[in-house]
Write a protein that binds this ligand. Structure first.
Ligand code: ZN
Length: 220
């Protein structure tokens, strides 16, 4: 079985990707990497490390990108910038410029050193957040760039690319891990695990998807 390196933040999306990768390939073929990039909530990095260990992945690595916050500013990294409650027509202020490009490049360098071709990332464009680096066009382009950059047959797997949050919950349930994803992951912008603060855009999107999924399931 081909191994994969999962870009893992401990949030709903990447945890669902990780659980699916483990179900498909076995934990012995799944590696995780978490980035400490100056996000508001340090807990995120510790939580990801804990979950990776608990799920028995082959290896887990935390990579610190501590210069990131010196060159860019956004509400995820600057504690004195309030998170915009509503995502407007353009990017919400939680967008981190270049984040997925930086993470994928760094993960790819690390993966090649481990002899790994497959990179797994939990981006989705279905509930389009306004983040340009969650779109399929970016993912395809980055895959090509990484192949050309390192002469290595990388594949970027984005299993959630076209799934809505509701479909993501359905996937977690199919994997028998709905409660795990619901209670153990951290998606909330206020840094509260599980169902979170219930008020920030991330919590609202997550809760609406779960509610829609459970309602649909109850109706069947
Ligand atoms: Zn929240």
């Amino acid at each position: 079985m081909e191994p994969t390196l999962v870009v893992f933040s401990g949030g709903q999306d990447s945890t669902t990707c990780l659980l699916q990768a483990i179900a498909e390939r076995g934990a012995a073929n799944v590696h995780t990497v978490t980035f400490a990039y100056g996000q508001r909530h340090k807990l995120e990095v510790e939580l990801a490390e804990g979950l990776a260990k608990e799920l028995g992945v082959a290896s887990h690595k935390t990579i610190t990108v501590d210069w990131y916050k010196d060159i860019t500013h956004n509400a995820l990294m600057d504690t004195d910038t309030p998170i915009a409650k509503e995502a407007g027509a353009s990017c919400p202020n939680t967008f981190v410029d270049g984040r997925n490009a930086l993470f994928l490049l760094t993960a790819a360098i690390y993966a090649k050193g481990l002899g790994i071709h497959d990179l797994t990332i939990g981006v989705s464009e279905a509930d389009y957040s306004g983040y340009p680096d969650c779109r399929e066009a970016f993912v395809k382009s980055m895959e090509q760039t990484l192949r050309l950059a390192m002469d290595w047959p990388f594949r970027i797997l984005a299993p959630l690319q076209h799934l809505t949050k509701e479909q993501e919950w359905a996937l977690a349930d199919k994997l028998g891990r709905l409660d795990f994803v619901r209670t153990r992951t951290l998606t909330c912008y206020e840094g509260i695990p599980g169902d979170g603060c219930g008020k920030c855009p991330a919590c609202r999107l997550r809760a609406a998807g779960l509610e829609a999924y459970l309602r649909g399931k109850g109706a069947r």
